[in-house]
Design a protein around this ligand. Structure first.
Ligand code: ACO
Length: 330
């Protein structure tokens, strides 16, 4: 441990919560309106079902529920939070942000709240951003929320995309705590963010206020995304291991973005992470974009797999492209 690492601030996870809409749409349900089969979807993606938001539920509704659950888990209220970061690509409105709506929903009239937009990597970008604020000492406790209603952005006649996504939200509370700064101490140990805008047209929405004055639909070259995904996410995980002097064998849990079972399995295999350490929820939630990691974390914390002191790797890749990783001592 170097002198500089002493008495530093670490962003420690002190609460987690999630929310899934009640309505479940199975692959069999989709067979009724699309030329698709349960077998095709399961074989290519691992997905069996997805949750879809009710008409009166918005991204902010889902995010607020997840935030309330995370605060309850932490034994805190909105009064104790001074930063809210919401990762989303499906905001209720172009503006104001989902974060300010959740802030109001929590009865908070202090602190700062804003959205980050990095598509499926949004939660990792949100954690990394909150971590910088907390490490600097400028803020004490942050809610980092991933919340999405991707069902509203899909072309439900396009079988190549609409079968892949779902709605939901997850949230964590991060608290700045004094730390000795070793890899054994709790908190976000390191985070690594990347982006490369040359890949714009492989995964994008074909609308927006400035480009088309409309909302548009999600478009994806699935094969192209697949081709890049494994290399990109394993690169940033290798960066996290290198920065902390840890390796795949040190991980207790690997909680990747839940887009596709084959991408998850291939990424774990490439780094030599054993399958029993991989948390997979894509089969139940489908791809909920920025919400997928906190939803998976909430499942694994809820069923007792992730425990205080465990070493947890999160990673994601999404439109842009954007990709990133964060290594957390839970
Ligand atoms: N049901 C039945 N058949 C289908 C369906 C469907 N839902 N969708 C496509 N097909 C057909 C295609 O039309 C094609 O038929 P053809 O051979 O007669 O032309 C055939 O299946 C194969 O299509 P491909 O697109 O080549 O299928 P592929 O094996 O690549 O699987 C998939 C598609 C699942 C999208 C895959 O490419 C993939 O997982 N890509 C990564 C996508 C992803 O994970 N994106 C999210 C990451 S980033 C983010 O999270 C936003």
């Amino acid at each position: 441990m170097t002198h500089e690492q002493k008495d530093r601030l670490r962003s420690v996870v002190v609460g987690i919560g999630s929310y899934l809409p009640n309505r479940i749409v199975s692959n069999q349900d989709l067979e009724k309106s699309l030329e698709t089969t349960d077998e095709w979807i399961v074989q290519r993606t691992g997905i069996t079902q997805r949750h879809i938001a009710a008409d009166d539920e918005r991204t902010s509704t889902l995010g607020l529920r997840a935030a309330e659950a995370a605060l309850a888990d932490a034994g805190l209220t909105g009064k104790d939070i001074d930063l809210i970061i919401v990762a989303t690509s499906t905001p209720d409105y172009v503006f104001p942000s989902v974060a300010t709506q959740i802030q109001a929903g929590l009865g908070m009239y202090h602190g700062a709240a804003f959205d980050v937009q990095a598509v499926c990597s949004g939660f990792v970008f949100g954690v990394a951003t909150a971590d910088k604020f907390l490490q600097s000492g400028s803020h004490k406790r942050a809610l980092v929320i991933g919340a999405e209603t991707f069902s509203r952005l899909l072309d439900w006649t396009d079988r190549t995309t609409c079968v892949l996504f779902g709605d939901g939200a997850g949230a964590i509370v991060l608290e700045a705590q004094a730390s000795a700064g070793t890899v054994k101490d709790r908190g976000v140990l390191t985070s690594h963010l990347r982006s490369d805008g040359r890949h714009f047209d492989k995964l994008y929405v074909d609308g927006g206020p400035s480009a088309t004055r409309s909302v548009g639909h999600l478009r994806m070259s699935g094969r192209e995304v697949f081709r890049h995904a494994v290399g990109m996410v394993t690169d940033v995980m290798a960066d996290a291991f290198a920065a902390t002097g840890t390796g795949p064998a040190d991980l207790d849990w690997f909680v990747p973005h839940q887009a596709n079972r084959r991408i998850i399995d291939a990424s774990a295999e490439k780094l030599g992470i054993s399958p029993e350490k991989v948390v997979t929820t894509v089969q139940y939630h489908a791809n909920t974009s920025a919400a997928s990691i906190p939803l998976a974390l909430a499942v694994a914390c809820g069923d007792g797999r992730i425990k205080k002191g465990d070493l947890v790797m999160i990673e994601a890749m999404g439109g842009g492209f954007t990709w990133g990783s964060a290594l957390i001592r839970w």
